[in-house]
Every structure is written in C-alpha cells, then in structure tokens.
Design a protein around this ligand. Structure first.
Ligand code: F6R
Length: 357
C-alpha cells in the first residue's frame, strides 16, 4: 500500500536506502564478508565471458554491471538489449555465462533469449526481484534483489537494487579468483544507503529544478561520460516515460558528432559530473552546449563540484556513484510528471511487465 504517499513512485524512491540495507544483510556472512552462493561463484569463475541480457531500465543496470564486473573481477562482459540479441546474436565465447536482469522476471524479450541460450546448453543466472518468476525458474541460478514489490510502472528501487547486487557479484567473483579486492563493498554500500537518505530529503530542491527546467519544455537532454553516461540514459528514460518530454541521454564526447545540432535557445541539458577522470571533459561539453543557448543543469559529486552547480551529491565510492546519481534524476522526473499533470504511476501506453515480444 502507498500509505500517506500520493504515488507509489515516490514511496519506492524513498524506499531505496532500506532496500540497499536489506541487500547488505542478505548477502553478508557473520564476518561481514560478501557471500553469495557457491554454485553461482563457481559458474562465474568457470565463464570466460559474461553476457548480460536485459531490457529498459534493467539494461541500464546491466551497463553499470559490466563496468563493475570488468573493473573489480577482471572478467570480460558484454551487455545486450534482449530484443536485439534475439535477432542479431553476436559471436559467443567458448564458455559463456548469461546473466538475465529483470525486475519482473517475465519480460518476453529476455525470455526469448533465455530459451535460445538453454537450447545451446549455456548456463544462465537471473537477477530478479521476483524469485518465482519465469526467468528465475528457467535459469540455472537466481539472485534475488529483495527490493519488495514495485508497483509504479517507472522502475526506481529495482534498478538501484540490481546495481547493488551486481557490485556484490563482482566482489564475490574477484575473491573467488584470488584477485585482491581493495573495495569494501559492504561498507561502501552502507555509505550509499546513508547518502540516498540525504538525497531523498532534498525533494524541495529537486522539485525546484523540475519547475525551473522542465515545466514547459518539449525536450531535454542528459549528458555524461563513463558511468555518468549510463545514468543519463536512465534519467532520460525515467523522464520520457512519465512526463512525455522528449528526453535523450548522450555520451558527452558524441555531442559534436551530430547531437549538438539539436541545441536551441533554452534547451535544458542535465549534465552529470560524478567521475573524476571525466570531470573536466564533461564540463567542457557543458560549455559547448551553453555557448549554443542551452540551459545547463549540472549535478555533480561533492569534491568534483564547482560553485555554480545546480545540485551536489555527497561523496560515495567511485564504483557506486550510479546508485546515488540516479536519485536526483528519479525525483526530477517525478516532479516534472506531477507539474505537467501526467499520471505518474501509470503512464500512457506502458505496462509494468512486458510479456509480449
Ligand atoms: C522503465 C521500465 C522498463 C523496464 C523494462 C524491463 O522504468 O520499467 O523499461 O525496465 O520493461 O522490465 P524487467 O526489468 O521487468 O525485465
């Protein structure tokens, strides 16, 4: 039930700190070490390449998951859109492991790939919020994201939960391979939960951003580099699906290859700056769009911020910035939808679980 909340989406955004804490308690042992499942660890170890398959928001979590697994566990990963993989299958390695990410566990596009993968005899792991779901039953292994029921069509807490579980999977895989892991995932995720709480307390400031930038615009662009690019894709998806504003996420460096032609006087451009190694270059991109009339809104991480940034996120570990950077984007999308009189929880033309290909 949504209780005193006006919408499920707002309730589910606010639940994210609790969800992260639930994931920590589920996946740590009595010594406070990350522990998943021996069979999953074995399958991750045996794989020469990981193929992540998902749709929509879960695909965006998969993009971050690729980075986490490659960086922490040094294993090559490819992330694919399920519906594309179905008809345009890449060359598969000798010992692949397929990971399906799905909130509902019922997405037909992902299931289509799973059926093919099982025919080929490859192992599959499903990361889902619904353990009894089709994708969970038909895969060899399941990791539960323990986010609780997600009712709003726009996915929020399921996405951050997926990324948290992927971070733990990366750490577990690295340890099993004897790779020294400096990153204390349990500690860093609890910092993430605390920062999420602080961000959820910033609703007024984020409502103001939505009002100032998005009340009447017909389009909005999100730019970022590295993981900020992936979070920008997710921010754009949230905004388009519930406010019907044409929103797109772009890699900062790609602007000059075409997209910058779309910038007009007053076009809102939401720029993410949470990664030190790309901080200067993304700020360069902000200057480029501003010089062409854009109305930039910079969301940055504390320590990388400049004085005039519109919103500053408290610091978290570099690997985990997507889990916190998305929160302001979820809230901005929520308020944009609200201000524009849209149906926040049940946007037009969309279903919560897409069981047709
Ligand atoms: C966006 C959204 C969709 C789903 C997509 C996959 O807010 O909810 O893009 O992420 O339909 O659904 P699952 O994760 O259930 O496979």
């Amino acid at each position: 039930e949504k209780g005193t909340y006006p919408h499920y989406m707002l309730k589910e955004i606010d639940e994210q700190p609790l969800v992260i804490r639930n994931i920590i308690s589920k996946y740590q042992d009595e010594n406070g070490e990350v522990t998943l499942d021996d069979e999953i660890r074995h399958a991750m170890n045996a794989a020469d390449r990981i193929y992540i398959i998902a749709a929509g928001t879960s695909y965006h979590a998969g993009l971050v998951g690729k980075q986490l697994i490659e960086t922490i566990a040094k294993k090559p990963v490819e992330t694919h859109i399920a519906s594309e993989f179905l008809y345009n299958m890449p060359l598969i390695s000798n010992n692949p492991l397929f990971i399906f990410i799905s909130q509902s566990g019922e997405t037909a596009d992902s299931r289509g790939v799973l059926v093919n993968v099982k025919k080929l005899g490859h192992p599959a792991l499903t990361i889902t919020n619904v353990p009894g779901s089709t994708l969970s039953r038909e895969a060899d292994f399941t990791l539960h994201t323990v986010a609780g029921p997600e009712i709003a069509v726009a996915s929020t807490k399921a996405y951050t939960a997926q990324m948290a579980v992927l971070a733990l999977l990366a750490v577990d895989t690295a340890k099993a391979q004897g790779i020294a892991v400096e990153f204390d995932a349990i500690k860093e995720l609890s910092i993430v939960a605390t920062v999420m709480e602080a961000l959820c307390d910033q609703k007024e400031a984020l409502e103001k951003v939505a009002r100032d930038y998005l009340s009447t615009t017909r389009n909005c662009f999100f730019i970022g580099r590295a993981s900020d690019y992936y979070v920008g894709l997710e921010g754009a998806l949230k905004l388009k699906e519930i406010s019907y504003i044409q929103a797109e996420g772009f890699a900062g460096g790609e602007l000059k290859h075409g997209t910058i032609a779309l910038i007009e006087e007053g076009t809102p451009v939401i720029a993410l700056a949470t990664q030190e190694h790309v901080n200067l270059s993304i700020r360069g991109n902000v200057k480029e769009v501003a010089a062409r009339g854009a109305n930039p809104c910079i969301i940055s991480l504390e320590g990388l911020n400049s004085e005039n940034d519109q919103f500053i996120i408290p610091k978290v570990h570099d690997y985990l910035t997507p889990l916190v950077a998305v929160i302001p984007l979820q809230l901005i999308a929520y308020y944009a939808s609200l201000h524009r009189g849209c149906d926040v929880d049940k946007p037009r033309n969309l279903a919560k679980s897409v069981t047709v290909e």
